[in-house]
Structure formats: C-alpha cells, structure tokens
Design a protein around this ligand. Structure first.
Ligand code: NAD
Length: 519
C-alpha cells in the first residue's frame, strides 16, 4: 500500500524540526539483507539545507562492518549469478512498481535532505525509475555473438558474464537517480553490489534499498555502507571488489579513478561539468530564454547537466532584458513549499563558494547583471539560499568560468561567430553536455559534428539521454571508457567470454546406438 515504507533508517521523512543532533535517528547499514546499527565512533550529521536541522546521523562504517558487507556480497554472488535472467529481471519489474507506489515519499525525502523542489525531487526519482524500467528488459542488449564454422566443425560464440562484487559511490545532487543508475543494472546482469550513498543525503538510497528487498532482491545482493573518504578508500582497496562506478566531483573522481585502477579494478568516473549553451541570433526568442533560465537555475544549478555558461553569438544585448526578466521572476524558497522555483544549495560551504566565485567574476572585470547573494527567505533564515545570478562579459580566463560553480549562476560570454563559440566550448576542460539554440539546420549539423562534448542538445537545454542510450560525458567530465547505463553500462558491469567449440562431424551420432547408450 502507498506510504508503507517504514525504513529501518529514519523514523520519519517529513521535516521534524524538533529533532536535535543527539536525538536524530541513525542511518543504518544494509549488510546481508539486514538493516543494522553501526558501531562507528565517528558520525556525520545529515541536515536539511533549507533549515540546517539535523535529519539523521550517518556512520563512518567501521572496517569490520565494511568487510562484512563485501563478504555478504561475495557469498551471495554464486547463487545470484546463476539465477535465471528472467527471474532477476522480475525483481526489477516489482521494484519499478514499488517505486511508483512510493514516489511521493521518496520525493519528500529527497526534498528534505537535498533541498530541491518537490517537482524536481519527483523528477529525480523518475529519471532513476526509467533505468529500472530498462533493467526489466535488458536481455536484448546483453545478447552475445555466434559465428558458425570458424573452422571445420568449429563454432565460436561470446557471452557476457557478471564481474562479481561491484561498488557504487554516489554524489549528493541526485540522491535517488544516481543509485538507480547503478545497482539495478549491475544486479540484473548478475553482480552483487556494495553501495555508498552520498553522506549528505543517504535517505533516498536507503528507501530504495528497502523497496529492492521487498521486491525480492535476495539477501547480500545489495549492501549499503556509509561514510566519507575512509569508506571510499576501503572500496578502492578491497581485493574482492571488481569494479567501481563513481559519480561526483572532479577531485574525487580523478582520485578514485587512479587509486581504483591502480588496484586493478574497472572504474568509470563521471565528474564535473561546465555545460555551455550556444545561442545563435536566429534562435526562437521565447523558447530559448525559457530553456536557458530553466536549465541554469532549475534545481538551484546543482545538476551535472545544468547550463552554467551561455555563449551569445553576435552579443548578449538582444537577449539580456528577457533573460533578466525571467530570472528575476523565479521564486527562491524551501523545496517543500508550493511555488518555489529555486531551492537551497546543499551546504553553507557550497553557498559561500558560489558567492565567492560570483565576487571573483566581478573582481576580474565581469558585470553582475543579477545578484542573488543576500537573498532572504522569510522563516528560513538559516537556509543555504542563493538567488539566480547572471554575470555578463565573462572571459574564459576568469575563475567564475573555469570553476564549476554548482549553483544558480549563469556566466555569459560573447562570440562573433559559430566557429568562435565552438572553439570556446572545446577549449573548456569539461565535456559533459552542451546545447545549441538555432533555427538553422546546417548550423546545428556543424555544431553537433565539431563540438567536443559527449551529450549535445539542439534546442534541447539538458540533453540527458534516456536509459536505452548511455550517459556519455567526454574529456574532463569522464574517466574510463564504458559509460553509465544503456549498452555501455551493461558492458561495464559484465565481461566477455569467448568460447570456441570443436564438434567435428563423426559417424558417432549416425550409428544405430547413440554414443553412451551401449550398456
Ligand atoms: P563529491 O565528489 O564531493 O562526492 C561524491 C562522492 O565521493 C561522495 O560519496 C563522497 O563521499 C565521495 N568523496 C568526496 N570527496 C572525496 C575524496 N576527496 N576522496 C574520496 N571520496 C570522496 O561530489 P558531490 O559534491 O556530492 O556532487 C557534485 C558533483 O558531482 C559535481 O561536480 C557534479 O558535476 C558531479 N556530478 C556529475 C555527474 C555526471 O554524471 N558527470 C552527475 C551528477 C553529479
């Protein structure tokens, strides 16, 4: 029934202002199918970014607990990998149904811990749900190859087999979607999993794990450990973990890629971004301004596919007033309040960092068209709010351009030509997403061909591919070679085995007595 989640993790998901640090519930570990209390000596507060209230306390998993989680996954693997694929897929069928049924509760938890608006929180769950739907029927993409007669009487075929115990390390910004990018695919192809949610908002992952158990995922197939760098290091160093899927910042991603790879693991690291929109003078004025403001300021800019830089070909002047008008009309407030467009940033530090980068833009000669610093939200004075901010006259050598701000800040550049705009985009170290706004087919074709970015939108501001494609960030936004979800995701979590057989035609099977039957 709806609303049945009674997560072993927290007592409630709605905001509980009366919860103080020492009375806040602890976030449990999931080891071998049981939600267990950690014996950790170090704990991290999970806070509501709209209020700073402590929602729960998260343990720094002990070494013994960590090893127990990996051991549970290791022991669950042989039986799970030999469980028929349709049976494994059926767990995903059930899980997608349970996620739908519990959508409101999941979204409420995302808003509580991450801060985004309720519609954005539902989007967070929904985009993850789509990966679960894909996992319900991934067999066609998992099929191997077969060539008959590679030699006389010999055939060769290849199959994809699971790796064993694999792990996922998640960021804070999509607390439901990113865990769902990882474990549904990894487990459906036969692996067992150790998940480390973000220490900032673990709630959605815990709820999803509870739903996965209810859906029939056997004990040990999905385990959850918590913590920060120490837990990450354990994942990177444990010899039984064969692959690590990471989503998060550049700094952590590079480190995780290097240390994990050095330990012989397969690693995919999806990292930071500076996603450019290039606006040609012929673009549809209203649709383009609406798309830009939604993609720059929606989810408070805390999306790895947010548009954070706009390059106006021919200058910003024709666009400025409409852009300002629309940005100013956005309502900043707590994510749970109806009518909020822009929620808080995740932490006070994230807010200060964004504000400092705005200031650095000013100091380096950019113009602040709209200043969201100092925005006040009545009743939520402690929240990490930053209003939509617009910097114009930004140059590629400025800090506000070079750094990923990860807040509701759009930096605006200008270019004389499409070629110049493309070279600006290609000169940035990141290559996650980009979008071109135009009514010209030839310009669009040139852009998609020449831009060195892995996900391209033509009049589409946030071109996140649906799960039958893969999430294909390039250059500084991705380390590894097999991307998340879709066919690449299946390949990441499986390895090819190629079998050659020799069944030369002999007379055996033509004899009156079949071989083996002579008694
Ligand atoms: P983060 O790197 O701070 O944290 C991500 C995970 O790594 C967390 O689980 C954290 O505990 C761990 N971690 C953090 N620092 C670490 C370190 N030094 N050593 C080891 N582990 C560490 O990222 P975040 O702030 O949670 O998420 C926001 C970032 O994620 C942004 O840069 C955003 O662009 C990026 N992101 C990228 C994608 C993508 O697909 N490319 C998607 C979502 C978010």
């Amino acid at each position: 029934t709806a609303g049945r989640i009674n997560v072993a993790y927290v007592r409630g998901f709605a905001s509980q202002p009366e919860l103080a640090t020492d009375s806040a519930p602890s976030v449990k570990l999931l080891i071998n199918g049981e939600f267990v209390e950690s014996q950790a000596t170090e704990w991290v507060d999970v806070t509501n970014p709209a209020t700073q209230e402590v929602v729960s306390r998260l343990p720094e998993t002990t070494s013994g607990e960590f090893n127990a989680a990996v051991q549970a996954a290791k022991e669950a693997f042989p039986k799970w990998r030999n469980t028929p694929l349709p049976t494994r897929s059926r767990v995903m069928f059930k899980l997608q149904e349970l996620i739908r049924r519990n959508m409101d509760e999941l979204a409420a938890n995302v808003t509580l811990e991450q801060g985004k608006t309720l519609p954005d929180a539902k989007g967070d769950v929904f985009r993850g749900l789509e990966v679960v739907e894909y996992a319900c029927n991934l067999a066609p993409d998992l099929m191997g190859d077969y060539i008959e007669n590679v030699s006389n009487g010999m055939d060769t075929y290849s199959v994809r087999q699971p790796l064993g115990v694999v792990a996922g390390i998640c960021p804070f910004n999509f607390p439901a979607m990113i865990p769902l990018w990882m474990f549904p695919i990894a487990c459906t192809v036969g692996n067992t999993f150790v998940l480390k949610p973000s220490e900032k908002d673990p709630g959605a992952a815990m709820m999803l794990a509870e739903l996965a158990l209810e859906a029939g995922l056997p004990r040990g197939v999905l385990n959850i450990v918590h913590g920060t760098h120490g837990t990450v290091n354990r994942i990177l160093d444990h010899p039984d973990i064969k692959a690590v899927s990471f989503v998060g910042s550049d700094r952590a991603g590079r480190y995780i890629y290097e240390r994990g790879s050095a330990n012989g693991k397969r690693v995919q690291a999806n990292m930071g971004a500076k996603n450019h929109a290039v606006i040609l003078p012929d673009a549809n004025p209203e649709a383009t301004v609406a798309a830009l403001t939604g993609a720059a300021f929606g989810a408070a800019g805390q999306r790895c596919m947010a548009i954070s830089a706009a390059v106006f070909v021919g200058g910003i002047e024709p666009w400025k007033d409409a852009l300002l008008e629309r940005a100013k009309a956005l309502t900043v407030g707590p994510g749970a309040a109806a009518g909020t467009d822009v929620g808080p940033l995740i932490t006070p530090e994230a807010k200060d960092r964004a504000a400092n980068l705005i200031q650095s833009g000013l100091d380096q000669g950019a113009k602040l068209l709209l200043d969201g610093r100092g925005v006040k939200v009545p009743g939520f004075e402690s929240g990490n709010f930053l209003g939509p901010s617009l910097l114009s006259g930004v140059k590629p050598n400025m800090e506000c351009y070079k750094e990923e701000i990860f807040g509701p800040v759009l930096v605006c550049l200008e270019a004389e030509t499409l070629d110049e705009a493309i070279s600006i985009v290609n000169g940035n170290e990141h290559g996650n997403g980009t979008a071109l706004f135009t009514r010209s087919g030839p310009a669009a074709r040139k852009f998609q061909n020449e831009v060195e970015v892995g996900m391209v939108g033509i009049n589409v501001p946030i071109p996140v591919p649906l799960p039958f494609f893969s999430f294909t960030g390039w250059r500084g936004s991705f380390h590894g070679d097999l991307h998340m979800y879709g066919k690449a995701g299946l390949q990441f979590f499986t390895q090819a085995k190629t079998i050659t057989t020799n069944w030369k035609d002999t007379d055996d099977h033509r004899s009156k007595r079949a071989p083996g039957l002579d008694a």
